[in-house]
Design a protein around this ligand. Structure first.
Ligand code: NI
Ligand code: MN
Length: 217
């Protein structure tokens, strides 16, 4: 599977299927996305309805005729707008043609339903996209239960955990690889990913990506 960070919390997973998570493209000042990456999507997953996560989900879902996986309340709202919303809730799992979406807790806010993180499993790789969240102790249970291959964590320290708390999250989850995101999109979310790498690398390997950079897992 290939994982490409498009910037902020937008991630594109390409394997058996193409999955985009938190597709905030329009209005995203750091986004790096190719025109063809807006096409051929099989699934979109949205962690919560804040604009910097829901983003272009509706437009992309309609253009690709692809479903959006989200917390039930948000999925129902998307259905009313003509999108195939696939609803679920915290602790649940949806399996779709070789891709499974497990929804896990996030400590944050939202307008519809509750905010969430996703563990997306495809081709034997488990990607834990933490969405927007504070540090919480149950992350250890999530790590133990799902053993993520990759963990994507916000580090901005204003709307989410800061670098120090993100290092604690890595300690609790113990992923095979940690990647910071949701920083330096705007001045209000300024953070130093290299500080995170320096502090977390004794626990799990850390890769700092640039928007538009892709890794093979
Ligand atoms: Ni948010
Ligand atoms: Mn956010």
């Amino acid at each position: 599977m290939r994982l490409k960070w498009l910037g902020h919390s937008a991630v594109l997973l390409t394997g058996t299927k193409r999955v985009m998570i938190d597709p905030f493209l329009t209005g995203n000042p750091v986004v790096k996305v190719e025109p063809e990456e807006r096409e051929g999507l099989d699934y979109i997953a949205v962690t919560h309805d804040h604009r910097d996560h829901l983003g272009d989900a509706e437009v992309l879902a309609k253009a690709n005729t692809c479903p959006v996986v989200a917390v039930d309340d948000l999925a129902v709202s998307l259905q009313k707008r003509g999108v195939e919303g696939i609803g679920m809730n915290i602790g649940g799992r949806v399996g779709l043609n070789g891709v499974s979406f497990t929804m896990v807790q996030a400590v944050h806010s939202s307008s519809l339903g509750v905010p969430a993180g996703f563990i997306v499993e495809m081709d034997g790789i488990r990607v834990y996209h933490a969405g927007d969240t504070a540090l919480f102790s149950e992350m250890s249970l999530i790590g133990e239960r799902y053993r993520p291959t990759v963990l994507l964590l916000p580090i901005d320290g204003r709307y989410n955990m800061d670098v120090i708390d993100a290092v604690r999250a890595v300690e609790l989850i113990k992923p095979s690889l940690a990647i910071p995101f949701h920083y330096n999109t705007w001045p209000s979310v300024a953070a130093d990913p290299w500080e995170f790498k320096r502090l977390a690398e004794g626990i799990s390997p850390v890769t700092v990506l640039s928007p538009g950079e892709e890794i093979v897992l």
